[in-house]
Design a protein around this ligand. Structure first.
Ligand code: 4AD
Ligand code: MG
Length: 433
């Protein structure tokens, strides 16, 4: 099995004529007494291979029995053929069957639940493969954007003694008989590291014991976060906007083929590249919802999913909503000195009814204020001692945000749920495979 002799299906089609050797899995098959048409897939594409019985007398029985997902090596001559599914066809001269396949338990009649149960097989589908390629572009683009601007990658611990976002969504871990928890955010440890590195980013597993069964909540996901010294809310929002445009641009440059497979109308992403994202305050958002959508929200409540979705019907780019009510926000979001009822924070909401994709804020450095906010929420101050200690030694204005890649991918790919934006989703009810 000489690796050098094989090319990917995409490379074979690029070559366009002459002899090629490819290997992959049976994607579709049909045939007659004389001819067998096998569409083969590999990670790059699919191609039709034609087997003429006259050339394969000895192997015909085996070829005829091949089922979907059997693995093969095929040697033959490639040529353009407008009737073939991807415009090229290989007239096979030689075949080696590598792995036989049972009757593949996935067909187009399966519902979301059954596809979930068979995810270990469904992950080979063209749909999942396209999404996972886009996911890889998204995460790489996130890294590249910050690296190009001199940020350093930093990792926070995943097993933590407690304290981060909200108590109720912490997963408990039995740590040698001691109660520990799974990380809900990189942020608090990142703030400590920011005092050394100043500009940092990280992508890490993130856990939330969310009881919500929505199309936007996972219990395990990969938050992409950044933290920066000497930065205020407007400067922070500039980064979030620049990063979002950069990621979408990279997907459009690298993944048009995948967006096509997903039947995603890529033109819907163009306004995001071309326009400046609107920046509105929470107060303005409430007014817009009341005037244009007849939705009345009592001042002081965080926006709910349905309200975010209604608001986003008006826009074709992401939108920043800033200055949410201080009391409804996490303890580390500081009060606005000009109006202490609101916090110096933002959420970036996605168009096409995608709601919150990013959450970020300036960071409070006033320990007394933070302690009060935590006490009001019933948190144990002991868990945060290290975090308060940071502020004793040269506290500075700083800020940061966290992006939910699965939510961003859901929007970019036009998916109906974040469960499809990750290889093996975890939700309250989905725990296997
Ligand atoms: O708004 P969140 O909770 O912000 C934080 O955790 C901050 N500590 C981040 C920071 O400032 N460094 O979460 C950030 C983003 C959300 O906007 C959302 O996109 C995503 O993480 N997210 C989820 N994605 C999928 N499933 C969930 N259960 C999510 N919870 C949050
Ligand atoms: Mg949030």
């Amino acid at each position: 099995m000489n690796k050098e002799n094989f090319v990917s299906i995409a490379e074979a089609m690029k070559q366009g004529s002459g002899e090629v050797a490819i290997r992959g899995w049976v994607y579709r098959e049909r045939g007659s007494n004389q001819m067998k048409f096998i569409v083969l897939r590999d990670s790059s594409d699919i191609i039709q291979c034609v087997f003429d019985k006259a050339k394969f007398e000895k192997q015909w029985e085996d070829i005829d029995k091949l089922q979907i997902e059997a693995s093969l090596m095929v040697w033959g001559e490639i040529k353009e053929d407008k009737r073939a599914p991807t415009g090229y066809e290989i007239s096979a001269d030689k075949i080696q069957i590598v792995g036989l396949s049972d009757s593949f338990p996935i067909n187009k009649d399966l519902n979301e639940e059954l596809l979930g149960d068979r995810r270990h097989l469904w992950i080979r589908s063209r749909k999942m493969t396209a999404i996972l390629k886009i996911r890889s572009t998204v995460l790489n683009a996130f890294r590249d954007y910050f690296r190009e601007q001199g940020f350093t990658e930093f990792q926070s611990p995943i097993i933590i003694p407690g304290g981060a976002e909200e108590g109720p969504t912490l997963f408990e871990v039995d740590y040698f008989g001691k109660k520990m928890y799974l990380s809900q955010t990189w942020q608090l440890y990142a703030e400590a590291a920011m005092y050394g590195l100043e500009r940092i980013y990280g992508i890490g597993p993130t856990f939330r014991a969310e009881k919500s069964k929505t199309s936007r909540h996972l219990t395990e996901f990969w938050m992409a976060e950044m933290e920066i010294a000497w930065c205020d809310l407007n400067g922070l929002i500039d980064y979030a906007e620049g990063m979002t445009k950069y990621i979408v641009k990279k997907v459009l440059e690298n993944n048009i083929k995948e967006l096509d497979i997903l039947e995603r109308d890529a033109s819907k992403l163009m306004p995001t590249l071309e326009k400046k994202f609107p920046r509105i305050t929470y107060d303005e958002a409430l007014k817009i919802l009341k005037d244009k959508k007849k939705i009345k929200i009592d001042w002081g409540k965080d926006l709910r999913t349905i309200e975010e979705e209604k608001l986003m019907e008006i826009y074709d780019t992401p939108v920043f909503v800033t200055h949410y009510p201080k009391d409804a926000m996490a303890f580390y979001k500081p009060a606005d000195p000009k109006n202490p009822k609101v916090a110096l924070c933002f959420d970036m909401l996605g168009p096409e009814a995608n709601g919150e994709l990013i959450g970020g804020s300036q960071r409070d450095t006033n320990v007394e204020e933070m302690k009060k906010a935590l006490k009001d929420k019933g948190e144990n101050l002991k868990d945060y001692e290290y975090y308060f200690d940071i502020n004793k030694y040269g506290a500075i204005p700083h800020a940061g945000f966290g992006l939910g890649p699965e939510r961003l991918i859901k929007w970019i790919c036009g998916l109906s749920t974040v469960k499809d934006a990750i290889g093996f989703p975890r939700t309250m009810t989905r725990t296997s495979p």
